[in-house]
Design a protein around this ligand. Structure first.
Ligand code: BV8
Length: 229
């Protein structure tokens, strides 16, 4: 890989697909089975919190027995071996990047393994099923917990840190995302504005493919390790 000074990587559901985690917009994807307005919006949570808890409980249970794949591992190796600035921004709420060893990591859409208390605003680790009767581990309140994930209409996490990294990067790589959801889908434009080389690694061209200097198509477990070499 040429001598870059600063790399930003964006990942989406496609990087976890070969680990057995469902994507959203592929055939049989999550949004083909449930309406995002019912389970991934604040309005949906107010309307029927039990339904939203069930949706995330099922996905949290589904993470048992799921392992990082060669693409997650290759990104962790790149972070270790690269001497410049490195930031991995993921839209995913699974913990496969951490389990593969990534450390300079931002979960811009939150984390399935965390609970957010609407009473004390603390985020706590959460591995079991959650319900409207769950108690906040930080303040003890009952009935105020929600999954610590970013729903549609909510501000993603650490946007300032991400914006600073995009303004300084000379390589931006987008992996396994359909480029549907903003503000993540706009990151390639910010990187281009900074003069970065922009590369898309995906199974098929994303909605934003024309914004990238280069596209490498294929399965993440094959094209990501090859790209990192
Ligand atoms: C916000 C919750 C404002 C967590 C999710 C117009 C312009 C700008 C914005 C908007 C707009 N219209 C509406 C909006 C707002 C909206 C939005 O972008 N809507 C879209 C649909 C148009 N965005 C928001 O609401 C965001 N917030 O804008 O806030 C604001 C400002 C100030 C103050 C307050 C608020 C919040 C967005 C976050 C929503 N939360 N999920 C969860 O349950 O997971 S979104 C959901 O989509 C997931 O988080 C997911 O990460 C994200 C993106 O999906 P992908 O990761 O790309 O997955 P997808 O299935 O789509 O694609 C997979 C890709 O992988 C495919 O391309 C496939 O080919 C590829 N693939 C598959 N297998 C493989 C593979 N590639 C390689 N190898 C393989 N094996």
């Amino acid at each position: 890989m040429p001598a870059y000074k600063s790399i930003v990587i964006l990942t989406g559901a496609g990087i976890s697909a070969e680990s057995g985690v469902d994507t959203f917009r592929d055939k049989d994807g999550i949004w083909s089975k449930v309406d995002y307005r019912d389970v991934a919006t604040p309005e949906g949570f107010v309307r029927d919190a039990a339904r939203v808890h069930d949706f995330y409980n099922q996905r949290r249970r589904g993470m048992k027995g799921v392992r990082p794949n060669a693409a997650h591992t290759a990104l962790a190796r790149l972070e270790r071996e690269f001497s410049g600035a490195f930031l991995l921004v993921t839209q995913n709420i699974d913990d496969l990047h951490e389990r593969a060893g990534s450390a300079s990591l931002v979960h811009m859409h939150g984390e399935l393994g965390k609970a957010l208390c609407q009473a004390c605003e603390q985020s706590s680790p959460w591995e079991k099923d959650m319900s409207v009767l769950s108690q906040c581990p930080a303040c003890g309140s009952i009935g105020y917990l929600r999954p610590d994930v970013v729903w549609f209409g909510e501000m993603p996490y650490q946007m300032e840190r991400i914006g600073t990294a995009l303004a300084q990067c000379d390589l931006f790589v987008s992996i396994g995302t359909s480029g549907n959801v903003y503000p993540a889908a706009g990151f390639v434009g910010e990187a281009r504005f900074s003069g970065a080389r922009t590369v898309e690694l995906n199974l098929e061209p994303s909605d934003g493919h024309s914004s990238f200097d280069e596209a490498i198509l294929g399965k993440a477990t094959e094209i990501v390790p090859a790209f990192v070499e």
